[in-house]
Design a protein around this ligand. Structure first.
Ligand code: NDP
Length: 299
């Protein structure tokens, strides 16, 4: 059997960002509307700082407005909530993202639920979570699973009737991914740390989405021949072959083995990762349109 097709998330994300920029230019020209994204970062976490910088850079590159709010680690919950309320009222801001994780003294859920639901471009607000769960079309959908779904539909066309296995049940990836696949009429199984016979569950799946956070946990012989495998995992492991103290990023799937069995697979890096920010930009444009009473573009 031939090796799997490699799903090029980087190229896919570039295509989506290009469509977003075109739409942003059209909104500006036709309606004087410049979509704006506010990103709030509390503290000095180095990984979060990189994410926030990339989000801001890509927002501006797409022709949209970026508002960055960097607050010190000891910012109180009331101060953060006051900022969220100000952003809710600000007509130039169409999307609000509070970078997670927040410092331990802040109640993350209270902050997320303070975001105006129409501006909740991360899709973590309980109202958007509920809309996704009941399958309405106006939910703000979390960016990582949305990116996975776009790549799956691009690869397979209709997903209807396919058996899908989502490995992981977090609120930011596993559960919304399962809800999206159900909405596409897949037969969905959600697996987690208490699942029995995990390898057998995986082997039954036409679509396997791994979001577990364990390096190369999914083995080649867990995969149904020809299945489409989406690897969300981002795990940093030691890479002595690159030099002392060096690390590298691997997914939750044993790629070298899986590529010989699957029909298509996303690599790590270069698969799901690049799609996440592209989907954030897409959600911001959609949010801006709905706040202006314009029809949302099909991006
Ligand atoms: P969480 O830690 O929140 O969730 C992990 C899930 O995996 C849990 O549901 C857990 O089960 C399950 N799990 C853990 N160990 C096992 C096991 N041995 N067998 C079966 N299931 C297990 O992780 P996230 O959902 O936040 O992230 C998952 C991965 O995706 C991480 O590597 C993360 O870095 C990556 N990620 C990548 C993004 C991107 O943009 N590419 C964005 C977000 C995440 P239980 O619920 O029972 O504990």
């Amino acid at each position: 059997m031939a090796d799997a097709d490699i799903i090029n998330g980087k190229a896919f994300a570039e295509g989506l960002r290009h469509r977003v920029s075109e739409e942003a230019a059209r909104l500006k020209a036709d309606h004087g509307l410049v979509p704006g994204l506010a990103v709030v970062l509390v503290g000095e976490d180095p990984a979060s700082q990189v994410y926030v910088r990339n989000k801001g850079k890509q927002t501006v590159e797409a022709g949209m407005q970026s508002f960055e709010h960097k607050l010190p680690d000891d910012t109180g919950q009331d101060e953060l909530l006051a900022l969220v309320h100000r952003l809710n009222q600000d007509h130039a801001v169409h999307g609000i993202l509070v970078q997670l994780p927040l410092p331990g003294h802040i109640d993350e859920k209270a902050v997320i639920d303070a975001i105006e639901t129409a501006k909740d471009v991360d899709g973590f607000h309980v109202v958007n979570t509920g809309k996704l769960a009941i399958g309405t079309n106006d939910a703000m959908v979390p960016c990582t699973p949305l990116g996975c779904l776009m790549m799956l539909k691009d690869k397979l066309g209709s997903l209807s009737g396919k058996k899908a296995l989502v490995l992981g049940r977090s609120n930011i990836v596993g559960k919304p991914m399962a809800a999206l696949l159900l909405k596409e009429n897949c037969t969905v199984t959600i697996a987690h740390s208490r699942t029995r016979n995990l390898a057998d569950e995986c082997r039954a799946a036409d679509i396997l989405v791994a979001a577990v956070g364990r390096p190369r946990m999914v083995k080649g012989d867990w995969i149904k021949p020809g299945a489409v495998v989406i690897d969300v995992g981002m795990n940093r492991i030691d890479a002595p072959e690159k030099g002392e103290g060096k690390t590298r990023l691997v997914g939750d799937v044993d790629f070298d083995a899986a590529v010989r069995v699957a029909g298509a697979i996303t690599p790590v890096p270069g698969g799901v990762g690049p799609m996440t920010i592209a989907c954030l930009l897409r959600n911001t444009v959609v949010a801006a349109c709905s706040q202006k009473g314009l029809e949302a573009p099909d991006l």
